[in-house]
Ligand binder design. Structure first.
Ligand code: 3PG
Ligand code: CO
Length: 575
């Protein structure tokens, strides 16, 4: 099938660039005191929402879905996330996402017939003494992983007669309630104790908070991955603290650091009563990383897969010869990891690929924490460029400090660089991400989230005005909700649940199912209007989704959308 796009009958390309600006984690929520956007001073965003920029340019407004089935998640109650959101923005159609594909494979047990499963189990059954290690994010957040998948793997391993099994559990508090670790660890400990009574050698062996242990992304801080390696693989008790159980570790850390939330709990190793680690990995073991999402799984996968002499991020020490597989292949192009249990969605014919085939220049820009979102996720989970000459990918290094201490993050620097790159590189299309709403939202610190939104507003006003001055078009949207809901909300009353935050509520660190804005302004926009009949495909919801933004971008670039994409949000204005 050709990648040639037909010229549009209805839309004309502006002289300047078409820019998709993604405010990460910014939904349109309830007008309540826990909504950081609503409570922030955001005069520029307010004017966009009201239909006119401060300089009088018309703004077309839509509110669209960014969660559940509209982005390929199993249920409408599933909150959106940046992976599926940026996949949707880039792909223009809805793919069944990792969460759904893994659910199906685990439910039907089809993974048991796959080569990878058999290869892993060869080490651990029929008289072989290898241990099966299950490593991953221990929650039901369903963004990176789900405990039910790990339980399904455990059951399958037991059915096969696997005798030695170890869990290495990363504590969440970011996709689920901020201090809920024991809600997931308690049942696991209980279950494993009952299995031990039946003679199975099964234990939790190590763990740690996900933001300091193992789950780094986009090479923001390899020390995080190194801590995981020292805990899960080498079980280095000289550098990592030891405990007799995971719940003891969690309780001790909480006592020691008042107010610490799960994602930042230090790494730990579980030892027996003689102080020996219960789960140091050894030659002949097998390891499954049961996370299905790629960004935070790629680095640790590389640690297992990279041959000696090719890995330079830290000293892996005396590396055991293990068989390693991911729940999915996280990067199909770079083949990371080599072995995987469930095949990932095959996201193809993305906007990025179409652009280079139609000789359009593209700029992708963000700071480190979201850099892969506007490249790797936007391109359908492939990190490399389609065309070196036509594409410019700019990464502004993120700070390594916690985002609530610097809620402005790198919004100003992204804005500076984007405007400079627009002038120098002259892209036809720009995709840019401001991380603030999401990354600060995840810390649960409300007043920092308010400042995050104010920082986004200041940068947006510069960027959008800059785009308009250059005769371009700005499409301001978001990939999912987060900072518009900074408190856990009682579903019945709509009021925040009481808790320990300075505001007196229980902080919400996770994403939400809240819909997101699409605000379009710039050159020639007055000729178009929102097509209210456009939906993401679900007749009942009758609402468009972020997946309809892709064709909107192609249209504004002067092209008809390709057949396989869902329709765009705009139509020529009726007279
Ligand atoms: C994270 O990895 O930080 C969260 O689990 C999800 O956030 P994101 O989907 O916005 O990246
Ligand atoms: Co997020």
């Amino acid at each position: 099938m050709s990648f040639k796009l037909e010229p549009s009958k209805d839309f004309k390309k502006p002289p300047g660039p078409v820019c998709l600006i993604i405010m990460d984690g910014v939904g349109i929520g309830a007008e309540e005191q826990y909504n950081a956007w609503y409570c922030a001073k955001t005069p520029f965003l307010d004017s966009l929402r009201n239909g006119k920029t401060p300089k009088g340019n018309i703004v077309l407004n839509a509110v669209v879905d960014a969660s559940g089935r509209s982005v390929g998640l199993p249920e409408d109650s599933d909150m959106g996330n940046s992976e599926v959101g940026h996949n949707a923005f880039g792909a223009g159609r809805i793919y069944s996402q990792g969460a759904k594909l893994v659910n199906e494979s685990m439910d039907s047990k089809t993974f048991k017939t796959g080569e990878t499963w058999k290869w892993l189990l060869e080490n651990c059954k029929d008289g072989k003494e290898g241990t099966l290690h299950l490593l991953g994010l221990w929650s039901d957040g369903n963004v990176h992983s789900h405990v039910k998948h790990a339980y399904a793997l455990l059951d399958a391993a037991l059915e096969e007669g696997c005798k030695h099994i170890r869990f290495h559990i990363l504590l969440d508090g970011r996709d689920v309630s901020e201090t809920s670790a024991l809600d997931y660890v308690g049942p696991l400990e209980k279950h494993l104790a009952s299995l031990r009574e039946k003679g199975v050698d099964v234990h939790i062996a190590s763990g740690g908070g996900r933001m300091v242990t193992t789950m780094d992304r986009y090479e923001a801080d390899w020390r995080i991955v190194q801590r995981g390696w020292l805990s899960h693989v080498l079980a280095d008790t000289e550098t990592i603290r030891t405990f007799s159980s995971a719940s003891e570790a969690i309780q001790t850390f909480r006592k020691e650091e008042n107010g610490v939330i799960d994602q930042f709990l230090p790494p730990f190793i579980i030892v027996d009563n003689k102080g020996s680690p219960l789960g140091r990995m050894k030659d002949g073991d097998s390891v499954i990383l049961f996370n299905f999402r790629g960004d935070r799984a790629i680095e640790i996968s590389t640690c297992f897969d990279a041959p000696e002499g090719t890995f330079h991020h830290f000293d892996r020490g005396c590396m055991p010869k293990v068989r390693f597989a991911g729940m999915m292949q996280y990067d199909g192009e770079s083949k990371i990891p080599k072995h995987y249990i469930v095949s990932p969605p095959n996201i193809e014919r993305t906007l990025g690929e179409y652009l280079v085939h139609n000789n359009c220049r593209r700029l992708s820009i963000s700071e480190t924490q979201k850099f892969g979102h506007v490249t790797y996720f936007f391109n359908g989970n492939r990190a490399n460029k389609f065309n070196e000459e036509l594409e410019l990918y700019v990464e502004i290094p993120s700070s390594r400090e916690r985002e609530n201490t610097r809620p402005w993050m790198k919004a100003a620097e992204i804005t500076d660089s984007a405007l400079a790159a627009i002038d120098e590189f002259k892209p036809d299309f720009v995709v840019l991400n401001y991380a603030n709403g999401d990354m600060v939202g995840h810390t649960g610190v409300y007043h920092a989230a308010v400042i995050a939104m104010e920082a986004v507003d200041v940068s947006l006003s510069r960027l959008v005005n800059g785009i308009i001055e250059r005769n371009g078009i700005a499409i301001v949207s978001a990939d999912h909700g987060n900072c518009e809901t900074m408190a856990e909300v009682d579903k019945k009353t709509g009021k925040p649940v009481k808790g320990n935050s300075p505001e007196g509520w229980k902080a919400l660190t996770s994403h939400t199912t809240t819909p997101v804005p699409v605000m379009i302004t710039g050159y020639g926009i007055e000729k178009y209007e929102i097509d209210e009949s456009v939906t993401w495909g679900d007749a009942n919801r009758k609402k468009a989704g972020i997946v309809n933004v892709t064709a909107t971008c192609a249209n504004l670039l002067g092209f008809e959308k390709p057949k396989e994409w869902l329709p765009g949000l705009l139509k020529p204005k009726s007279l």
